[in-house]
Design a protein around this ligand. Structure first.
Ligand code: PHE
Length: 451
């Protein structure tokens, strides 16, 4: 299946494999865990409308820009900037992306560890018998205890093992099979939501936009969520595109990725919010929201334990396909720019992630009092990467491709050197030059209270 090209860089073997892998990176905790909690904290429908707009008017053009840079240069994020503009400082955006990827893995691994713990707790029936209070208490004790640290480490070990085995084969195969199963499972839970007493209220909360709730923090939060969920702004999609074959239609892949990723987030919302209102929980619970709501849903179904185990297992695996893509950013940088062997590069990336992940895991324990601007390590890493670094990286990439990459280069990438048509080139370039950077800049000003 795996095909090597002359430059010795791996290539995703099939077109469908490339799309599945890209979707595998995009779909993960961002959709199932982060989207409902952010939507809940930021007022539901108001957040949703901003999020959807950002995915399609900013996310899609920026995804295409990353794809063009990655596939066109066949390089890591730093190398892509360097190759296109040697002797300039643009590659600092590459460095920013690499730092962001390591920050994200740090808190992501902690949450992925929770999914593993929940998977096992479902299997042993622990989640079923706990009362509502006991479940809440249990979750708090778990996140603040050493258990959570152990699970974080286990998750990172899995991540490491997949990566050390090479880029594509394992990831590609796993994504091809698991993502469709996960999708079907989500659909089944959505159907179940229709029958919940809180369905109407949940839907209204999620989809009815109360415009008075749109504030700078809602807008910035939605922007960060759109970038986070699409794995955008840090060179992840650029790195993956560097493994695409020449035949891949970049425009189509971008639209498909954005569509499927958003669909999964919406499905997660349809699963979570009706349950929140049916069981009288608060939508504003924050990062623990999904972990407190889901067991309620599973255990009123026949065979709850099986549903629960399966769900958390697949979520764990979906998280792995995302962290593998995040890790690939720094690994390809260390190996291609710093001349390290792939295994050394993988070990170094794993080590940095490990240190970061420990800081985040202990944020729920003895480091909970260590805060910066009122945020512990976990929240700080999340905020700095999702709300600052990713939009900033996206803005840089947009300006770079819009203004400094030759039009012919972009066109060749989008049309496979003239093999097929890409009709929206002018609009794309307009968006990359003006619209996307300006929109992101204005959102930043707005969130600083300047606008
Ligand atoms: N998009 C992934 C998710 O939704 C997270 C991610 C962010 C992956 C950045 C790669 C890079 O879970």
């Amino acid at each position: 299946m795996l095909k090597e090209i002359t430059t010795e860089r791996a290539v995703f073997a099939t077109k469908i494999g490339a799309v599945a892998t890209t979707v595998g990176s995009a779909v993960g905790l961002g959709n199932i865990w982060r989207f409902p909690y952010e939507a809940g904290v930021h007022g539901g429908g108001a957040f949703m409308i901003c999020y959807l707009s950002f995915v399609f008017i900013l996310g899609v053009p920026l995804l295409i820009a990353e794809f063009v840079m990655g596939r066109g240069t066949r390089a890591n994020v730093f190398g892509a900037y360097r190759k296109l503009r040697p002797a300039s400082h643009w590659n600092l955006f590459g460095i920013l992306g690499i730092i962001a990827s390591l920050l994200i893995i740090s808190f992501y691994a902690v949450v992925a560890g929770w999914t593993a713990e929940f998977c096992l707790a479902s299997l042993s029936g622990q989640l079923e018998f706990a009362s509502e209070e006991a479940r809440h208490e249990g979750f708090m004790t778990f996140t603040s205890g050493s258990n959570s640290v152990v699970w974080t480490l286990i998750f990172l070990a899995f991540n490491f093992m997949i990566l050390i085995g090479g880029v594509t084969k394992g990831i590609e195969r796993a994504s091809n099979i698991l993502m469709p199963i996960f999708f079907l499972l989500l659909l089944a839970f959505c159907i179940n939501s229709f029958f919940m007493p809180g369905f109407g209220e949940g839907m209204k909360y999620l989809f009815y936009p109360d415009f008075s709730k749109i504030s700078p923090s809602v807008i910035l939060g939605a922007l960060g969520q759109a970038f986070f969920s699409l794995s955008l702004g840090l060179g992840c999609m650029m790195t993956y595109a560097s493994y695409f074959s020449d035949k891949n239609r970049l425009g189509k892949t971008a639209v498909t990725t954005a569509f499927l990723d958003t669909l999964v987030a919406i499905l997660a919302g349809i699963i979570i919010f009706p349950a929140v209102f049916s069981f009288n929980l608060s939508p504003e619970a924050g990062p623990t929201l999904v972990f407190e709501v889901l067991p309620h849903i599973f255990y009123q179904l026949p065979g709850g334990m099986i549903w629960s185990t399966l769900f958390f297992l697949l979520l764990f695996l979906a998280s792995l396909t995302s962290t593998v893509s995040m890790s690939e950013i720094s690994i390809s940088y260390f190996s291609e720019e710093k001349g390290m062997s792939r295994s050394r590069a993988t070990a170094l990336s794993a080590f940095i992630s490990l240190v970061g992940a420990l800081l985040c895991a202990f944020s729920f324990g003895f480091l909970s009092e260590v805060t910066f601007f009122g945020k512990n390590f976990f929240n700080l890493f999340d905020y700095l990467s999702s709300n600052i670094a990713l939009p900033l990286g996206g803005m840089g990439c947009s300006i770079f491709v819009g203004w400094f990459v030759k039009r012919k280069f972009i066109k060749d990438q989008l049309t496979d050197f003239g093999t097929f048509k890409f009709r929206l080139l002018n609009i794309l370039i307009f968006f990359l030059r003006w619209f996307c950077p300006a929109a992101i800049f204005l959102i930043f000003l707005n969130s600083l209270g300047i606008l």
